[in-house]
Design a protein around this ligand. Structure first.
Ligand code: NAD
Length: 515
């Protein structure tokens, strides 16, 4: 495949596509083949500082945050441009992320790009100014208003597993809200982000400084953003361990922190559930994108009496799916992202054996010369206290756990430091619903329902995060709330203040995309 039209070595800083000051680059590689996909600018502290300064200036000194119509137009322009480059960008994503092609028509590309329109529509219909009515306080009858305003400069720090999904799920609502952004993608998948930067610079009117995209091989350079007093919001997706550091680093300047973190979600089969359906749903969820999804259900809870039968059926589905070339339309389980990630997953497989577990299928590497692969693996013989049942593995590995009825299943499902997602299966929909309502988690699937969508809030309870991404709640993460009161007018004279500016004039700095 040719990826050259979409790969640039450059970052987007203050409206310009720029290399690192030092000229340094780092390599992004194809995890299925270990071939070089591209060379990307290896930015350092000085360039990140300039990106942050540009975002601050664009927020403070232009009309971006108040010009709703212009923002909606820019977002629609961006969506159209990304769609026009769809074939190149999907190919790039398969090459850089190892993402199976079937996911590209969903969350790996098409769905988040389509959801940019949701953000544009939302900003146009959103109630930016709400009348809270009249009330007397301290002897003064007042009319109160709630104004929603852009929160400011957003640092968006993202992981490698779904780069378009996660980059867009932060950038689009933040821009819709009127914020300006510094996006720092994971070093494993920088080219998807620089491709976005090139399109923003060359094919949209998004003004200079409004969206900056900074790449670096330095995993921890994002800490500079968490500490920077010019940043108002850190919107972070990644591991719970890094999320803790982001929170600590942000504490000094008391900035708003929004965290989407890890998960160890439970797929629960109640005693009337059909095991064939369970095997298909849970087995496939476990191997999709080689298990590199934070919301995948990696603990499977089944009635003790049906444990062996469930193990056999889930193992059959997982081994039937196997691993495959991500370019093949039929592939569901591609490679893991890197040698580092493969080693990490293999460490958990050894641990499972040390803890007394066995593999009903998988447990090793498939026979391939190149790339980073792990066989779809079902761990059996352990309970919920095992580390492989408690810690996030981020590979195609499921742990099968026995339960002794609904109450026990609920106890086990909730016995986790995480609370990101979950699923329940029962022949009785009401019973499944009653179960779902008691699980302490941010998303639940009842009898195979799919909650994913740009209009649906996503996020975690407990150590899976703070706040919600996507949907109206996700948009509101990028807003501040201001309450204004004025002396009440007699009823006949009361007039509603004008809505915020929606003029279509260009912002003060003009469009920078052509720089
Ligand atoms: P990670 O935490 O290692 O890195 C995430 C991002 O943070 C990267 O851009 C990284 O460079 C940056 N980073 C690293 N140290 C930092 C620091 N001290 N300060 C600021 N930024 C720093 O995660 P990863 O390995 O890239 O991704 C996998 C993890 O992401 C998994 O735990 C997965 O569950 C989680 N994830 C969560 C969601 C969700 O929505 N809840 C979605 C996808 C992935």
């Amino acid at each position: 495949m040719s990826t050259s039209p979409t790969i640039t070595t450059e970052m987007l800083v203050d409206g310009k596509l720029v290399p690192a000051d030092s000229g340094a680059t780092f390599t992004t590689i194809n995890p299925a083949t270990e071939e070089v996909v591209g060379e990307v600018a290896d930015g350092a502290v000085a360039e990140l500082d300039r990106a942050t300064e540009a975002a601050r200036r664009a927020f403070d000194a232009t009309s971006w945050s108040t010009d709703h119509a212009f923002r909606a137009r820019c977002l629609r322009q961006l969506q159209t441009a990304l769609e026009a480059h769809g074939d190149e960008l999907r190919a790039l994503t398969t090459a850089e992320v190892g993402a199976p092609r079937f996911l590209l028509s969903g969350p790996q590309f098409d769905a988040p790009v389509a959801d940019i329109a949701y953000c544009a529509d939302l900003l146009e219909r959103y109630e930016w100014r709400r009348d809270l009515g009249e009330r007397e306080a301290f002897g003064i009858q007042s009319r109160r208003w709630l104004l929603r305003e852009a929160a400011g400069v957003v640092a968006a720090i993202t992981p490698w597993n779904f780069p378009w999904q996660i980059n867009i799920a932060k950038v689009a609502p933040a821009l819709a809200a009127g914020c300006t952004v510094v996006l720092k993608p994971a070093p494993d998948t920088p080219a998807c982000a620089t491709a976005l930067g090139r399109i923003v610079a060359e094919e949209t009117d998004i003004p200079a400084g409004v969206l900056n995209i900074f790449t670096s091989s330095d995993q921890a350079i994002g800490a500079q953003l968490s500490r920077d007093p010019r940043v108002d919001v850190v919107s972070f997706t990644g591991s719970t361990a890094t999320g803790r550091k982001v929170m600590v680093d942000s504490a000094e300047t008391l900035k708003k922190v929004f965290l989407e973190l890890g998960g160890k979600s439970a797929f629960v089969a109640l005693d009337d559930a059909d095991l064939g359906t369970l095997a298909m749903l849970a087995g496939i969820a476990g191997v999709t994108h080689a298990g590199q999804g934070c919301a995948l259900t990696t603990r499977v809870l089944v009635p003790r009496a049906k444990y062996d039968e469930a193990a056999e059926q889930i193992a059959a589905v997982m081994s039937g799916v196997g691993c495959g070339d991500p370019n093949d339309e039929a592939t569901m389980c591609g490679p893991v992202i890197s040698a580092r990630q493969r080693d990490r997953v293999e460490g958990y497989l050894r641990l499972a054996e040390e803890e007394g577990g066995r593999f009903a299928t998988g447990g090793g590497r498939p026979d391939r010369d190149k790339g980073f692969w792990i066989e779809p693996t079902l761990v059996v013989g352990l309970d919920n206290s095992a580390r492989v049942a408690r810690e996030e593995i981020f590979g195609p590995v499921l742990t099968l756990i026995a339960h002794d009825g609904d109450e026990d299943a609920l106890r086990i499902a909730n016995d986790s430091p995480y609370g990101l997602s979950g699923a329940v299966l029962s022949a009785d929909n009401d019973r499944a619903w009653a179960f779902a309502e008691k699980v302490r988690t941010g998303t639940m699937s009842v009898n195979g329902g799919v909650w994913y969508g740009g209009d649906v809030p996503f996020g975690g309870y407990k150590q899976s995060g703070l706040g919600r991404e996507m949907g109206e709640l996700g948009f509101e993460e990028y807003l501040e709330a201001k309450t204004v009161a004025e002396p009440a007018q007699p009823a006949t004279q009361a007039t509603e203040p004008a809505q915020p500016a929606t003029h279509t004039t260009e912002p003060a700095t003009g469009a920078a995309g052509r720089n």
